[in-house]
Every structure is written in C-alpha cells, then in structure tokens.
Design a binder for this molecule. Structure first.
Ligand SMILES: *[C@@H]1O[C@H](CO)[C@@H](O)[C@H](O)[C@H]1NC(C)=O
Ligand SMILES: *[C@@H]1O[C@H](CO)[C@@H](O)[C@H](O)[C@H]1NC(C)=O
Length: 344
C-alpha cells in the first residue's frame, strides 16, 4: 500500500492540465452537438483565465479571433428551449457555475459579435449543502470527479436576436488570496426566434463583471470551514435566484432555481419549477417578500426590488437564506461522505 506521501508526490508530477476543463459542446433540447461546432474553441488547451480584467474573460483565450468566430456555427433556438453544455472532461474543481448571455447588436451575426455589449446572468448554481465537511459544491458531488454536462431553460421572455451564451465555472481551490481563482468559460452562438418582450437586467460588461476581490472569489474554502457562500457578480434574470442542484442532460429537468430560498422555495423543493416559474407572479412576489423582509433600506415598490435588486438587499437576503440552509442541512452532515480535497 502506497503511503499518502508518495501518492502526493505522484499527484505533483501529473501534468498541470490534468484537472482543467473546457465547455466544448452545446446541447439543445436533448441534442448533443459536436465539440466546438457551436461553441467557440479556445486556443489555449484547457487552461483557465486568471486575470479578470482580460478580454479573454469574454469567450476564453482565442474566442474573439475572427477565424474562430467565423468557423463556429450558430444554433437557432426559441425562448424556453432547454440548452446546456458538455464539459471536457468534467468540472473537477470546487466552485460556482453560471450562465451569461449577451445580445449582438442588430445587424451583427453571433459569429461576428465580440461580446463587447451588455451581459446578463441567467443562471447561478452554487452548493448543494454546507455542512461540517465544508461547502458541498453542486457541480462537484462527493465521490465524483465533477459534472460533465448541465442544462438550463432559456428565459421564456428572451428577446429575439443573435446571442452569445457563455458558461462560466470559477475554481476556488486556490482562491484564498486575490488572483488565485481560476476562470473557465466558453461561448455558444445562438439565434433566438420568437417575440420575447423581456428586458434583461441587471447587466454588466465583460471584463468588468468581477473586481476579483469579491467574497465569493477570495475565499479559503478549506479552513476555517466556511459557513456560507455568496456567488460573485450580478443577480440572475428574469428571477433573482441561486440554484442548489444541477440539471443533467437526460434527466428530469427540475427548474432554474432548485432549492433557492429567496424565490419560490415551495415550488423549487417540490421539484415542480418549470420554465414558466421564474416569471410567474407567485415566484416574483415570493422573491419580493423575501427581499423586503431582509431589506435594511426602505423599499418604495415591489417592482423596484425585482428590477433594481439593490446589492445590499440581495446580500442580506442571501445571508439569511444561507444560514437557514446551513442550519437545515447540518443534521444531514453525517450522511455525507468526506470529500477528497483537490490540491491540484
Ligand atoms: C490565442 O488568442 C489570443 C487572444 O485571446 C491571442 O492573443 C493569441 O495570439 C492566440 N494564440 C495563438 C497561438 O493563436
Ligand atoms: C450527463 O451527465 C450525466 C451524469 O454524469 C450522465 O449520466 C449523462 O450520460 C451525461 N449526458 C451526456 C450527453 O453527456
């Protein structure tokens, strides 16, 4: 039997790229497309981006090269379609997963768009539980090497046009100091049909989506064991929610806000959230009342909370939700196997 020391020595000699990954293929309504057929290919193997101020944060290294853009196909989809990504090989680091979209200017095709416009976030997936073993990342279930695919539903009110849809996973295994987080991303090219009348907000630019100093990006996830985790960046649209369980290709779709405490938690925990739920009045009012009850500032109207989502309100609501989730799940701690901690 090999000693721990020699195993660590072997691990240290493995190529550094061993645990890296790419979002390589688009999934649309169950159809898995070829690698880099509809997703812009990186020119830097599977290395992460580490500089949040770099334009490589948009669509990965090489994602804005005209030859790469031109050779990537654009998939025609409708609002509400189920879309997702295949990961090569798997999301083998701890950290949050998100999906962002940016509409190309009218008259600019997706394969000619450089992503310099406004971006909004449509999906945020963090942890399944936080227990005495630490943060149990939803993309990195205990005993696995991480998820290799996931899906979301496009917003049902998504306006028509050509888009970049950007998946992002932030690896936090070395994030205890500023600059230690690793950013993995890939952009699919979509052409959205229909007559969606939504107005995506909030929005941000990329780079500019992070300062790199957010609590969710500078964190020692191992010690002391965190008791809460708040994902970095803007709130999701159309519903401000954080999901706590991934939707996998080929399995029953559970919704966009699974386990979220600030949205319609009843619907989410019953698994009954559908693509229509994020825009339903019930979900919106639940989100509003959750935000309002935790809000340290006066709120003038429900619409103001939902559309403007002041960060202080979001933070406060999420903090409350997080401690509630941690308390609720601490009793389940003994059922969870100890996570092998990656130091790669
Ligand atoms: C890869 O893309 C980057 C831009 O993201 C560019 O600066 C670099 O020159 C490219 N490398 C190669 C080998 O083409
Ligand atoms: C998606 O991931 C699940 C869980 O790992 C796996 O069972 C399924 O085969 C994957 N689907 C595809 C298309 O890769």
């Amino acid at each position: 039997m090999r000693s721990t020391t020699s195993l660590m020595a072997v691990a240290a000699m493995l190529p550094f790229a061993f645990a890296h990954y790419n979002f390589e293929a688009l999934i649309v309504n169950g159809e898995v497309t070829d690698a880099y057929e509809y997703v812009r290919q990186t020119n830097n193997s599977n290395s992460p981006v580490t500089d949040v101020t770099s334009t490589d944060m948009i669509c990965n290294s090489g994602g804005l090269l005209s030859a790469t853009m031109a050779k990537t196909k654009t998939y025609t989809v409708a609002p509400g379609d189920n879309v997702g990504f295949i990961v090569d090989a798997s999301l083998s680091h701890p950290g949050p997963l998100s999906v962002w979209m940016s509409k190309a200017p009218d008259g600019t095709a997706a394969n000619a768009y450089d992503g310099s416009g406004d971006w909004f976030k449509v999906y945020e997936l963090t942890y399944s539980t936080i227990n005495s073993e630490g943060i149990q990342w939803a993309t990195y279930p205990s005993g696995t090497s991480g998820l290799s695919n996931f899906t979301i539903d496009l917003p049902s009110t998504l306006p028509a046009g050509d888009y970049l849809m950007r998946a992002e996973h932030v690896a936090l295994h070395a994030a205890s100091e500023v600059g230690g987080a690793q950013y993995y991303m890939g952009c699919a090219q979509l052409s959205v049909t229909g007559s969606g009348a939504g107005v995506p907000s909030p929005t941000t630019k990329i780079p500019g989506l992070y300062t790199g100093e957010e609590d969710g990006l500078v964190i020692n996830i191992y010690y002391p064991i965190p008791t809460s985790y708040t994902a970095p960046g803007i709130a999701t649209w159309p519903t401000d929610c954080v999901s706590h369980e991934a939707n996998l290709e080929g399995q029953t779709f559970q919704g966009m806000c699974v386990g979220d405490d600030t949205a319609s938690s009843d619907a989410a925990s019953s698994g009954a959230v559908s693509s229509a739920a994020p825009t339903s009045t019930a979900a919106a009012s639940a989100a509003t009342s959750a935000a309002t009850s935790a809000a340290p500032v006066a709120v003038t109207s429900a619409a103001a909370v939902v559309s403007a989502a002041p960060s202080s309100v979001v933070t406060s609501a999420e903090t409350t939700a997080t401690s509630a989730a941690a308390a609720a799940t601490s009793s389940a701690a003994s059922k969870c196997k100890k996570r092998k901690r990656s130091v790669v």
